[in-house]
Design a protein around this ligand. Sequence first.
Ligand code: PLP
Length: 395
Amino acid sequence: MRPNQGEFRVTATRAYLDFNASAPLLPQAREAMGAALELANPSSVHAEGRTARRAVENARRSVAALAGAKPEHVVFTSGATEAASMLLTPDWRMGRSPLRFSHLYVCAADHPATLSGGRFAPGDVTLYGVDPNGVVDLAALASVLGSHDKSSGLPLVAVHAANNETGVIQPVGRIAEIVKTAGGVLIVDAVQAVGRIPVDIAVGYGDFFIFSAHKIGGPKGVGAIVGMSDLMMPAPLIAGGGQEKGHRAGTENLGGIAGFGAAAEMARERVDAMPGVAALRDRVEEAVLARFPDAVVHGKGVERLANTTFFTLPGLKAETAQIAFDLAGIAVSAGSACSSGRIGPSHVLKAMGFDGDEGALRVSIGVETTPAEIGRFEVALATLAERRGGRSKAA
Ligand code: PLP
């Protein structure tokens, strides 16, 4: 058995098509983690501690390179949710001086990690919208930021680079220009984008990135914030021993960080493999539309990640379809992992103005996905269509 063919990935009877929830652990990440777990405390000054420190700093360099950033501008966290909670705060410092953001503007289709508003009071958070394709409404954003009252503080803006449910890619460069014009700071949740499209903080793509290791083949429970600089930084969420230059205290999660670094090294290469992934994703959509001609593929008309499709099968609840696929050995999701289990459409679909009761099914794949797995999906889809009285051509 290959290391990445455990229960979580592919077995003889199952196909895992839910990479946006969590991508399979890469063998390189597993190996780096195993070695790092043996290491000493990276804050210790003895030789053992210095060896551990090197492992952390190597990983920091790899994560920085992934974002076009400087290693000293990477702060490791316990995941993207912690990174978002750290960044979304009114209280910052610019060098030694306090800096205050009086209001947070969050995209209505963002992940709950940023949508929750972090450490802002609920009354100090405004949502801005997306169009029916799920793309940020730039005019609406410019207008809402135009009416921000700067006398009480600056505007802080959060946006996702690519949507975890639809895969829709946001025009982050243009959003960054609008935020800059308004004198604000832009936090880009690049969790789903990184490793799938190039993201480079040095080319006007926002002020801070949020990353999560487990979406790029690293371990769960580790992530990072990556900044343009470290001159302007949020008040720490976790204070204590001064690790991560005082931005995030606590002995570093060495295994997680080393695994993240190894996955980051692989992620840069894997972006180049996306055309092959797109071909398999397109095959999924062709099968869906052949079996369910009235299916709605959300965001199909706009730029999307190569690995994601999110579709509604009219008259068929996404949760019901998900269970049917699961029983047939196919792991897909009904919306994001965080909102699955809820009845009704996701907040992303709502933000897009889609109000069908069925919700939508997400198939998200990756470089490891094989044509045989997509074939298995097609067979299960055909069975589902036959049961529903849909088209029943042999797959
Ligand atoms: N942001 C996006 C776009 C995500 O898809 C996710 C996870 O699904 C997160 C943030 C949260 O990441 P983590 O699991 O590392 O907290």
